[in-house]
Design a binder for this molecule. Structure first.
Ligand SMILES: NC(=O)c1ccc[n+]([C@@H]2O[C@H](COP(=O)([O-])OP(=O)(O)OC[C@H]3O[C@@H](n4cnc5c(N)ncnc54)[C@H](O)[C@@H]3O)[C@@H](O)[C@H]2O)c1
Length: 327
């Protein structure tokens, strides 16, 4: 029996379709978009059945799992619709604009006994998985992290809207926050300098920030994020320093493919690794399908989505209040 999947929202949803189609025992029963041109193009390109609404899709068949790839303000409603039909959910990040939306999403999924996975692809990046294993088994957890995670220009209205994407410090920085949650644990306090520096048309939304984080285990991180680069030039660079090792991840934005590391007791020898599929997307989609097949709980769920949103909101709140904020 094939695993039946639907994809709703066909921007980044097209990448979901592509990765589902690489898995032999998945059947995409339909794709949905409210924009007819987008829907037609994607249906033709990927040879999948188009639906103009989730109601039409659900009249035709009930999938085992759905990718929700629409803007964040629609995630709660769509999650409620699919959970009530007992469909497992992979919801794109950020989970939702408000903490209360995230709580309702967790509740409806628990009540209907479906799982809710959040699309934090970096947890499936082979680069960061390699490092997680090294940190836990050899290097010790990082105590000092320095990350450059500045993205290029995005002009979609929903991205900037406080009640939807929340601007780059929520919509995009949430990936880095979840990664650090995954690798280092929970955050105690954040302090941010940030503001509307480059996109006055979306003021007062914060478009860029530089912030520090202190973790509950004592580790500290400094991060530069937001619209402070341009796509063709944007990089993802993270240095992790632990007691035994210094590790540097480098690559184009969202493609952290190159890793160099040294042991601090032998710093002249540099080790190098290069990883394929470094963005983690293919691993994320495969994990969702495996969880459906094996009836197992995803490694990243609603509570992680809620936590990352709270940290991103604390960063913005710190920048506005010019004070450290505790999580
Ligand atoms: N994981 C990643 O790397 C990644 C990358 C990009 C975007 N995202 C996330 O994915 C989500 C979508 O972002 P995007 O860049 O694809 O946006 P987009 O604006 O490019 O595409 C969204 C699509 O959803 C459609 N849509 C909106 N509401 C709908 C509804 N109720 N039912 C059906 N279709 C609907 C729109 O017509 C549009 O085609 C956001 O949450 C975003 O943060 C994640």
């Amino acid at each position: 029996m094939k695993i039946k999947i639907a994809v709703v929202g066909l921007g980044i949803g097209k990448a979901h379709i592509y990765y589902y189609q690489q898995i032999p025992d998945v059947e995409i029963i339909g794709v949905v978009d409210t924009n007819p041109d987008v829907l037609k193009d994607a249906a033709e390109k990927y040879n999948v059945r188009p639906f103009s609404s989730v109601e039409e899709l659900l009249k035709s068949d009930i999938p085992d799992g759905v990718s929700i790839c629409t803007p964040p303000s629609s995630h709660l409603k769509l999650t409620q619709i699919f959970a009530k039909k007992h469909v497992h959910i992979l919801c794109e990040k950020p989970m939702a604009p408000r903490v209360s939306d995230c709580e309702k999403m967790i509740e409806v999924c628990e009540k209907n006994e479906v799982f809710l996975m959040i699309g934090f692809k970096k947890r499936f990046s082979p680069t960061y998985l390699f490092l997680k294993n090294k940190f836990e088994n050899e290097f010790g957890l990082p105590k000092w992290v320095f990350a450059k995670f500045a993205l290029g220009r995005v002009e979609r209205q929903w991205f900037w809207d406080e009640n939807d994407g929340g601007g780059p410090i929520v919509e995009n920085t949430v990936h880095m926050i979840d990664l650090l949650h995954f690798l280092l644990g929970e955050v105690r306090t954040v302090y941010a300098e940030g503001g509307n520096l480059f996109m006055p048309e979306f003021a007062p939304q914060i478009d860029s920030a530089i912030f520090t984080m202190r973790f509950k285990n004592g580790a500290m991180a400094g991060i530069g994020a937001g619209y402070a680069s341009e796509w063709i030039f944007a990089k993802e660079e993270v240095t992790f320093t632990s007691e035994k090792a210094v590790c540097e991840v480098k690559g184009p934005f969202d493609k952290p493919q190159n890793l160099q590391y040294i042991y601090r007791n032998n710093p002249s020898q540099v080790f190098e690794e290069k990883f394929d599929d470094a963005d983690g997307f293919s691993g994320e989609i495969k994990h969702f399908v495996d969880c459906i097949k094996n009836n197992s709980i995803p490694v990243v769920g609603g509570n992680d989505g809620l936590y990352a949103l709270k940290v991103c909101r604390a960063i913005k709140s710190s920048a506005r209040r010019k004070k450290p904020v505790s999580i």
